[in-house]
Design a protein around this ligand. Sequence first.
Ligand code: SF4
Ligand code: SF4
Length: 289
Amino acid sequence: MRLLWLSALTCNGNAHSLLNYPNLRNWQKDFEWLYHPLLPSRYTFKEIEEGIEGCEVLIVEGTFSEELVKYRQPFKALVERYGAQARHIVTVGTCAAFGGIFAQGEEGRSGLFFRGEEPTETFEALRSKSINLPGCPIQPEVLVGTLALLKAGETLPLDRLRRPKYYYAYTVHNGCTRNEYFEYKIDEHRFGSLEGCMFYEHGCQGTFTHGSCNKILWNGLNSKTRNGQPCMGCTEPDFPRMGLWTTQKHMGIPARLPVGVPRRAYLSLAGIAKAFRIERFYKPLMEEE
Ligand code: SF4
Ligand code: SF4
């Protein structure tokens, strides 16, 4: 399968994240890079700019701007040319999917097909080919897995933001090792400790962020929340949100609740959980006798 990677306004974090895939060399045997900014490719960017044929999957990283001229061409024209050739258009990273950091406070900047949650019109004719893989950066396994499924001819079920459900139907909360503390409403978090949930005081967004970070571990080892850092919600269309590291509250209740949990249900469950004080949760488990 022939792949072409175009970079818009970007820090190149997603291109680098792909290099971290442990089996990259073997995986690549099934694919051909027409162009990638870091990996050996069949064409130079000059040739891409002049026009080539045969792009099957167009991969776009970075925030889109109508004014962006990349190399000597309007970026929009490159997307139109190669998007028309491709069977699939895959956005990698939250900037390409929804606008992300480079669209903050800037008029005329967006993701390729969305600005936040709102669909944009620029590439409307290509929308049906699009697959969004947000993340800041993307987990390499998500990109590698998606491309492998496309190569196998699979139809990927997508959510309303065109994210593959295989990777984004779950929340980051799913699989977090701190769930027991969440259930009993205990935020005794200290950096470096393995105990305590970070939802109640420390701004963890894992319960309303869609992603596989606690199911497919980073580097096969760890995740932010397992390691003791709150999830910042980097796969969501409103990333980056303000007020990281602190839980925003109204009348003492977290302003954002877990996906699909009504306020009344949350209050009832929280009341029950708080009625019990289970001592073992209030000191490091290694100190338990
Ligand atoms: S730290 Fe975050 S992801 Fe982990 S259990 Fe608490 S809310 Fe969920
Ligand atoms: S844990 Fe949250 S902030 Fe970190 S990479 Fe995953 S979705 Fe993004």
